[in-house]
Design a protein around this ligand. Structure first.
Ligand code: N01
Length: 636
């Protein structure tokens, strides 16, 4: 609920300096019903989030603030009481949507309408098991209580389908529980990186830190009674499908070290992609005499003060913790194999501005419109800049004119960051196209850390690890502590579980290191097994991964509805449907910067196939996951 406005004009004027203006006008128009708040000449010229304020000129910004001030003063003087979150005064909703996203393709409108109504939870199951198959025993086991698993449990609860979540850790949160390294935070806007239907009271920062996100997921679990369905400290070792019983049996390791068998009619794997630490295969790794640990298993018991710390890797994790420990450690030596592209993000570490917070609290629906605005810009996000132009002669520099333009901008940013340090600049400019590897958000702290006298960047390849440090062909770098910031075994889906499907088929043998699924969720031969954040469902330049989880949870629950309503035992993806789908995915990934570049990245598996990334817009996945087409499945 919003709070009534009591502030004087001057205070409102100050708050407006922090406003994101286009969605503010939309919110005020729907709150007041006044169409004059949506004049044609203040329509944003773009929904691209890289362009501030929808492309408003300074004059347009000034005019938008003047209009907003008058509307806010009007709300105050009329003593409009605290209202519902998304008011639609005077039926302005459609006009406001078109005002904001008029530049978006018409096809996006249904998705955007859904998004705007998110707090009403349009994706909630519109059915209940009691109404479809009250007496049919049907229990679902969900593996993992991270962001996806909690969501799956919540949705099943809404549909009245009994479920148990098996979680190897002692708490919820998944990746946000396990990654506690200094400086850990998300690189998607806080106001987008959340469940669309579960609002936060007020995100403290534009990009949330790990503790804030962990708290959010804990609150989600607590407020929705999810914990009583979770068995903590329990790990799924194996899952097998019994074709006669049309049921799964899972073997789990219990907290006391014993094992137990659990039955389920369906299994949802929500084990994540980026959670099994990957340690590099470097000779002598076991010889190191001092302490060493992986960034995702940060050893807070080791005091880094005054120590010589060696860091291997310069991906997203190192990028966040290096600036935090530089200056605490006695010295830092960072081993870089491939530099990341850096996306300038001045507010990366900034708290949400006071004025913006004030507006969220006082303008009915503004938080929703703000989220909607971020979302609209992320449906395509950076995709157009990573699409390959086959006629473009860019080689490993760039994949299209737009990509080359991005390269020039990002290189200019690096020039600026490393001004006066040609040695660091040489090491910092990537030799691959922007988007081929994960780009990192940057506000300058990485370059500032590298420029310190007590920090050294080494680009010579590591030859081996010794008892006292790390050796390259040029010599040895002595260290007291080694931190492996070497990422995750992202393409090892569902490892180390054994998963046996119909007729004894082994999932890992089927995949042979090259995991594929239909819509990232279902696999031929494995009836009633659903994967969340499965193969080719990772997005890297557009949007929040939580959007994908919401699409997946919706689709899976709709599959279960079809089973219960139709009296079917199980559904199993058709091989031809699966294969045709994967051909489309592979062809499209081959037309993205990450597919054509030869650079190493966690987007690809050992065979070089892009097994992680979704190559299209959010729209395509949303459309494909609204309702299962039962023709895609064998019904058992
Ligand atoms: O892992 P990475 P990460 N010798 O795989 C290097 C998410 N995430 O944990 O590039 C030397 O990106 C490797 O070098 P190279 C996010 O999606 C998000 O940092 O392969 N170096 C690379 O530099 C992210 O993309 C957030 O040549 C070796 C590094 O180790 C993903 O998780 C924060 C090596 C690994 O980088 C993974 O990020 C953190 C070797 N033998 C993580 N082996 C945010 O939201 C590997 N490397 C901000």
């Amino acid at each position: 609920m919003t709070e009534p406005i009591t502030d004087a004009d001057e205070a409102i004027r100050r708050a407006l300096l922090d406003a994101e203006l286009p969605p503010l006008l939309a919110a005020l128009a729907t709150a007041t019903g006044d169409p004059k708040l949506l004049p044609d000449h203040l329509r944003p010229s773009t929904i691209n989030r890289l362009v501030p304020q929808g492309g408003y000129s300074l004059e347009q910004q000034q005019e938008a603030r003047t209009l907003a001030l008058a509307a806010l003063a009007g709300l105050r003087d009329a003593r409009i009481p605290a209202g519902p979150e998304a008011a639609d005064g005077g039926g302005m909703l459609d006009a406001a949507v078109r005002f904001l996203v008029g530049t978006a393709p018409e096809r996006y409108l249904p998705l955007l309408a859904d998004e705007l109504a998110a707090l009403d939870d349009p994706s909630a199951p519109g059915w209940h098991k009691d109404d479809l198959a009250a007496d049919r025993p049907f229990h679902v086991v969900i593996i993992g209580a991270g962001m996806s698993g909690l969501l799956a449990g919540y949705r099943l609860g809404q549909a009245g389908v009994p479920y148990t979540i098996i979680e190897k850790n002692d708490d919820v949160g998944g990746t946000w529980l396990e990654n506690t390294y200094p400086g850990c935070r998300v690189d998607v806007s806080s106001h987008l990186y959340n469940y669309s239907f579960f609002e936060h009271d007020g995100w403290p920062g534009y990009f949330s830190t790990q503790d804030v996100l962990l708290d959010y997921f804990r609150q989600f679990a607590d407020r929705n009674g999810l914990r009583e369905h979770i068995r903590f400290g329990t790990e799924v070792l194996a899952a097998g499908f019994d074709g006669a019983a049309r049921a799964w049996t899972l073997r789990v390791r219990t907290p006391d070290g014993g094992t137990e068998l659990l039955g389920a009619q369906a299994v949802i794997s929500a084990v994540g992609q980026l959670n099994r630490p990957s340690y590099p295969r470097i000779d002598g790794r076991d010889d190191f005499a001092g302490p060493s640990f992986h960034s995702a298993r940060w050893d807070h018991g080791i005091d880094l003060r005054g120590k010589r710390v060696a860091v291997i890797g310069t991906g997203a994790s190192a990028f966040q913790f290096v600036p935090e420990i530089a200056g605490t450690a006695g010295s830092l030596v960072i081993f870089q194999r491939t530099p990341p592209w850096l996306g300038p993000t001045p507010d990366y570490h900034a708290p949400v501005a006071d004025g913006l917070r004030w507006l969220f609290r006082h303008v009915p629906g503004y938080a929703q419109w703000y989220r909607f605005w971020l979302f609209a810009g992320s449906v395509e996000g950076g995709l157009p800049a990573v699409e390959v132009d086959p006629a473009w002669p860019g080689g490993e520099r760039s994949v299209s004119a737009a990509n080359d333009e991005r390269r020039a901008l990002l290189t200019a940013y690096l020039d600026h960051l490393f001004d006066g340090r040609p040695d660091l600049l040489r090491a910092a400019v990537p030799g691959y196209p922007p988007g081929a590897k994960r780009m990192l958000r940057d506000n300058g702290v990485w370059a500032a850390a590298l420029k310190r006298d007590d920090v050294e960047l080494v680009t010579d390849p590591i030859s081996h690890i010794t008892a006292s440090g790390i050796a390259t062909a040029e010599g040895e770098y002595e260290a007291d502590v080694i931190v492996y910031a070497t990422g995750f075994s992202a393409s090892d889906f569902l490892i180390p579980m054994t998963v046996t499907g119909r007729d004894g088929a082994d999932l890992h043998k089927r995949w042979n290191g090259d995991a594929r699924a239909y819509l990232g969720m279902t696999v031929p031969g494995f009836p009633n097994l659903f994967l969340m954040y499965g193969p080719n469902t990772n997005i890297v330049v557009n949007g929040s991964i939580i959007f994908f989880s919401e699409c997946e949870a919706h689709y899976i629950v709709e599959c279960l509805r079809a089973l219960l309503a139709g009296g079917h035992g199980a559904l199993e993806c058709r091989e031809d449907v699966h294969d045709a789908y994967n051909e489309v995915i592979d062809a499209a990934n081959g037309q993205r910067a990450w597919g054509v570049s030869s650079v190493r990245s966690w987007y690809k598996n050992a065979s070089g196939r892009v097994s992680q990334n979704w190559p299209f817009t959010l729209m395509e996945y949303w459309e494909r996951t609204r309702r299962p087409d039962l023709g895609d499945y064998h019904l058992l």
